[in-house]
Design a protein around this ligand. Structure first.
Ligand code: NAP
Length: 247
């Protein structure tokens, strides 16, 4: 139970990688906050799953792009569990198009969730991260932020942006003995990957030395480690979990 008594917020944890992370943290003793935007039923399924495995979790609706909703989420977390120890900025979206066809609206939408949401959640929970015992900020980036990817200029920009953000916040949080790190997964089997055509998926597979897409579970253990006290001397880092893809 390496996460006993640690309160962990996982944004966008009703589905996909976030769901896997929430369940993993719950299994290891954390109090888990399952945040979602619209998938209420999925979020309560995650809570039930964590409960059934002996953990503690609540579901909290908040669109990460909405500062007031994020602030309300913090109030709920504080009332329920007290100071949060860990914030996992996981919520993210794609709107894929060749750059020539990308509109300013497509650009702004992805910036707003993938970076604006990170700003809102990190600034709202910053006082908790300063105060917490072994506070942890964990940002979920992507190998696409390292390599770029055809048709993902907006998404790749947000995921690269998290590298500079993480390193800077790591410097600013260090005096509080709080760390900030980034996990950069490769291509993971979730709804997000399902949106990519089979032809493109085949091409991507050829670039992965381990010759398979990641399962959600392949990402979660790294996040669990970062959320724990065991990672206390690691900060400002980017951990690639990508089946050996080069960058
Ligand atoms: P996913 O299956 O599409 O799930 C996205 C999650 O984010 C859902 O729980 C969704 O909640 C939530 N979400 C979206 N917009 C939100 C908002 N405005 N406010 C709050 N929650 C919001 O995505 P995924 O594949 O698990 O990706 C999760 C993270 O990993 C993303 O940051 C993504 O960039 C990154 N990543 C994914 C891959 C991959 O191959 N899948 C690879 C590298 C990195 P609702 O259902 O309620 O909208």
């Amino acid at each position: 139970m390496t996460l006993q008594d640690r309160t962990c917020i996982v944004t966008g944890s009703s589905r996909g990688i976030g769901r896997g992370i929430a369940e993993e943290l719950g299994r290891h003793g954390a109090n888990v906050v399952v945040n979602y935007r619209s998938s209420e039923r999925d979020a309560y399924d995650v809570v039930d799953r964590i409960d059934s495995e002996g953990g503690t979790a609540i579901a909290v609706q908040a669109d990460v792009t909405d500062e007031a909703e994020v602030e309300a989420m913090r109030e709920t977390v504080t009332d329920t569990f007290g100071t949060a120890n860990v914030l996992v900025n996981n919520a993210g979206i794609t709107v894929d198009k060749k750059f020539e066809e990308m509109t300013r609206e497509d650009w702004d939408l992805v910036m707003d969730v993938n970076l604006g949401g990170v700003f809102n959640c990190t600034s709202t929970f910053f006082p908790d991260l300063k105060e917490a015992d072994h506070g942890r900020l964990i940002n979920i980036s992507s190998v696409v932020g390292q390599q770029g990817n055809y048709g993902q200029a907006n998404y790749a920009t947000t995921k690269s942006g998290l590298f500079g953000f993480t390193r800077t916040i790591a410097l600013e949080l260090a005096r509080y003995d709080t760390t900030a790190n980034c996990v950069a997964p490769g291509f993971v089997k979730t709804d997000m990957l399902d949106e990519v055509s089979e032809r493109v998926q085949e091409k991507i597979l050829q670039r992965i030395p381990l010759k398979r897409f990641a399962e959600v579970e392949d990402i979660c253990g790294i996040v669990r480690f970062l959320a724990s006290r065991d990672s206390c001397y690691m900060t400002g880092q980017v951990l690639g979990v990508n089946g050996g893809m080069e960058w």
